[in-house]
Ligand binder design. Structure first.
Ligand SMILES: [Zn+2]
Length: 242
C-alpha cells in the first residue's frame, strides 16, 4: 500500500518537474523511479510449482478411476493463485495435460524429469514444490505426506512446516511426519530447496473421492500456501542455500 502511494506521489513529482525544471532533473527522477521498480522486482520470490506426471503418464490411477495427473494440475493451479495473491512469482512446469518430453526421446520418463529440473534451475527458483498423489496396496492407508531430500536443511524445515500445516488445515487425524528421501531423482538433482507433497492416497476410497472435490483441493492448496508463507516469514528463502 505504502509503496503504491509512494509511486503515485513520485509520478506526480516527475510530471511537476517536467513542467517546472530542466530535462536533466526529470531524467534523474525518472531514473530513481525506475530503479525503485527494479528493486521491487528483485525482492519478489520465485517459486516453481511442479504438477507431477501428465500426457501419456497418468501417475497413479485411483480406486475411483481418477487420474493423479489431473488432480496434481488442479491443486497446482489453486496453489499458484494463492501464492500470486501474495506477490510471489510462480512458474509452473506444466499448465496442460502434457508430458515434458519429445517424441524422439528414447527414455521419456527421464527426459520428462530432466526437463522439470531444467525449468527449476533456469527460472532461478527460490523454492520448488512438486504436487503428487500416493497409492498403496492396502486401502486403509491414507493422509497427506511431505518429502524432502535428506541432505537439504531447508527442504527438511519446509517439509516439516508443510506437514504440520496440512495436518491442521485438513484436520483428518493424519499422524504422518515429513519424510526424507535420498533416491528420488528430482529431490537429488534440484539446487534450490525442494519438497514433494503427496496430497493423499488414491487407493483409499474416501480420500480418492475427496481429492476430486473442489473444496478439498482448495483446502489442500490453502494449507500448502500457508506453509510456504510461514517458511518465507521465518527467513527460509533469504539465502540461496539448499
Ligand atoms: Zn506421482
Amino acid at each position: 500500500m505504502i509503496k503504491k502511494y509512494f509511486s503515485i506521489i513520485f509520478l506526480i513529482l516527475i510530471l511537476l518537474a517536467s513542467i517546472l525544471s530542466s530535462d536533466r532533473s526529470v531524467r534523474v527522477m525518472k531514473n530513481i523511479f525506475e530503479t525503485g521498480k527494479d528493486m521491487e522486482k528483485e525482492e519478489q520470490y520465485i517459486i516453481v510449482i511442479d504438477p507431477g506426471h501428465g500426457g501419456r503418464d497418468p501417475g497413479k490411477v485411483g480406486i475411483n478411476n481418477a487420474l493423479e495427473k489431473d488432480i496434481n494440475l488442479s491443486i497446482a493451479f489453486r496453489l499458484k493463485n494463492l501464492l500470486e495473491q501474495n506477490d510471489i512469482k510462480v512458474i509452473m512446469t506444466r499448465e496442460e495435460d502434457i508430458g515434458l518430453y519429445s517424441e524422439t526421446d528414447s527414455n521419456k520418463k527421464n527426459a520428462d524429469l530432466n526437463k522439470r529440473i531444467e525449468i527449476i534451475q533456469t527460472s532461478k527458483a527460490d523454492l520448488a514444490v512438486s504436487i503428487h498423489q500416493n497409492s498403496f496396496g492396502e486401502e486403509y492407508v491414507k493422509g497427506a505426506q511431505v518429502f524432502f531430500h535428506e541432505q537439504s536443511t531447508k527442504g527438511k524445515r519446509m517439509a516439516e512446516i508443510m506437514q504440520a500445516q496440512l495436518i491442521e488445515t485438513i484436520a483428518d487425524g493424519n499422524h504422518r511426519k515429513a519424510k526424507s528421501n535420498s533416491n528420488y531423482y528430482m529431490l537429488k538433482k534440484t539446487e534450490c530447496p525442494f519438497v514433494i507433497v503427496e496430497c493423499g492416497y488414491m487407493s483409499n476410497r474416501s480420500e480418492a473421492d475427496l481429492l476430486l472435490e473442489d473444496d478439498y483441493q482448495e483446502k489442500m492448496a490453502w494449507g500448502i500456501h500457508l506453509a510456504i508463507l510461514q517458511f518465507i516469514n521465518e527467513g527460509g528463502l533469504d539465502t540461496k542455500a539448499k
